[in-house]
Design a protein around this ligand. Structure first.
Ligand code: ZN
Length: 190
């Protein structure tokens, strides 16, 4: 889906009224409910329309995605952190490609380009996610989860050995072999 396709559908008309009280009847500016003559050309209206169109585009993309439920919120947060950083870097690239971060609007005032606002929001969000991850010390928790899983597996191995009558030195050897194997496949269980 392109942003072009998010423009006003044919037949939609400016919602403002003329001085004689009749409906305006002009086509509204893209992403807006009013025409150029009724305030649609102002920098604020244009940047609000741009934001609405970006959001509509993102919602359309989201609707097409297969969204899985979050099974492991900690791992999901780490993935989100990666995405927030990638998004922030993409926004930084957009800003770097600008020749001039300010432009002069039709009314003579200087405007900060939309890409700069996007970059600043992306930076703030990436910081929030990273701060949350740091606060939860997720890496440590994930390692602790893996260690608990390794203990559970070794416990199961011991129970199975006891059930078939393997005890003493042979049981100790089996436990060591299981722990060594878990370290090899998961880097934990030391
Ligand atoms: Zn109008």
């Amino acid at each position: 889906m392109t942003l072009e396709s998010l423009g006003p559908p044919t037949g939609i008309r400016c919602t403002a009224r003329r001085s004689n009280g009749e409906p305006c009847g002009n086509r509204p500016m893209r992403g807006q409910t009013v025409c150029r003559k009724h305030g649609g050309a102002s920098p604020q209206a244009k940047s609000a329309a741009e934001r609405r169109q970006l959001e509509a585009g993102a919602r359309a993309l989201l609707a097409d995605l297969d969204v899985d439920p979050v099974g492991d919120p900690l791992a999901a947060l780490l993935r989100l952190g990666g995405q927030a950083i990638a998004w922030q870097e993409a926004a930084a690239k957009l800003v770097n490609e600008l020749a001039d971060i300010r432009y002069r609007a039709a009314n003579g005032t200087e405007q900060l380009r939309a890409e700069v606002a996007l970059f600043e929001r992306a930076t703030d969000r990436a910081c929030q996610v990273l701060a949350t991850i740091a606060k939860l010390r997720i890496d440590e928790r994930l390692t602790a989860v893996s260690e608990r899983q390794a203990e559970a597996v070794i416990g199961a191995v011991e129970a199975a050995l006891a059930a078939v009558g393997v005890t003493g030195e042979r049981a100790v050897d089996a436990r060591r072999a299981a722990a060594r194997h878990l370290r090899l496949i998961d880097g934990v269980g030391a």
